[in-house]
Design a protein. Structure first.
Ligand code: HEM
Lengths: 122, 126
């Protein structure tokens, strides 16, 4: 059976994707966290930090990684719990609603921060 | 005789009876879900803070209210744990520390690292 709405076309592809994206997200999180710990934070410095081309590229990569990682992760959680055993006869409907909700939030996490880091000329 | 209702399940002791590996696993999942929703707050703050100096001040004001700080702490603590346990996961995928004993040590290590990260985040925020 093909897992409906899996991101890659197989469980193995999803597995590999989730690991590769995890590495990107870890690097990005440590990078941003390190900056916040090191620097006195104000608007000008923050804008300068996120405004450089390398940082914009890195942020874009992290946003793409996040979309894949979060979708696969939330998909796994949903398919583990929203099943007939717990949710009864209409479990498929509830799972669909859950997945549409997750997809909407993933989409927001894709376009919103992209607009934030690329949108404004600064 | 009628049984007393409702029955309180001994949840804390059920939790304590779980092997560390089970606790580590469910925490990784719980923190992943917390991050998924917490990200909304982070992106919102970043959006404000990058818009202009006034927006930065607003973001800073939100993030320094008690609730704003508590939310940041929750997200940072979740990140610390998810990161530590995620790194453990990646190592185990490479067959490093994937024996039974290694798994137990890794579970404790990631719980300790996560707790340390949560404590450091608390010190940083307050
Ligand atoms: C920052 C945003 C992040 C979000 C929203 C997020 C979310 C999630 C979610 C919801 C899951 C599914 C949990 C499960 O199936 O039990 C997951 C799994 C995973 N996460 Fe993350 N995560 C993030 C960052 C990271 C980072 C930085 C790492 C790197 C160390 C990481 C490593 C992993 C790994 C390895 C898994 C797979 C676990 C498994 O297969 O059981 N994640 N993540």
């Amino acid at each position: 059976m093909t897992p409906v709405a899996s991101l890659g076309r197989s469980g193995l592809a999803d597995f590999v994707l989730q690991r590769a994206t995890a590495v990107v997200l870890a690097a990005f999180a440590l990078c941003v966290l390190g900056w916040f710990l090191a620097a006195p934070v104000n608007h000008a410095r923050l804008a300068a930090f996120f405004g450089t081309l390398p940082m914009r590229a890195f942020t874009t990569l992290a946003i793409l990684a996040l979309a894949a990682h979060a979708w696969i992760g939330m998909w796994t959680v949903g398919t583990d719990y929203v099943r007939r055993h717990y949710f009864g006869r209409r479990h498929a409907l509830y799972l669909a609603i859950y997945q549409i909700g997750c997809a909407a939030l993933v989409f927001l996490y894709l376009v919103w921060p992209l607009a934030v880091v690329w949108g404004v000329a600064r | 005789m009628k049984a007393e209702r409702p029955v309180d399940l001994p949840l804390p002791s059920l939790f304590a009876a779980m092997p560390a590996t089970a606790v580590a696993s469910i925490l990784h999942r719980a923190t992943g879900v917390v991050l998924f929703f917490g990200l909304f707050y982070l992106v919102y703050l970043l959006d404000l803070a990058l818009a202009d100096p006034a927006g930065f001040e607003r973001a800073a004001a939100i993030a320094t209210t008690p609730a704003g700080k508590a939310a940041l702490w929750l997200i940072l603590a979740a990140l610390a744990y998810h990161l530590a346990a995620g790194a453990k996961h990646l190592l185990q995928d490479l067959h490093i520390g994937d024996s039974l004993v290694g798994g137990r040590i890794g579970a404790w290590l990631s719980i300790l690292l996560g707790a340390a990260g949560a404590a450091l985040a608390g010190v940083w925020l307050w």
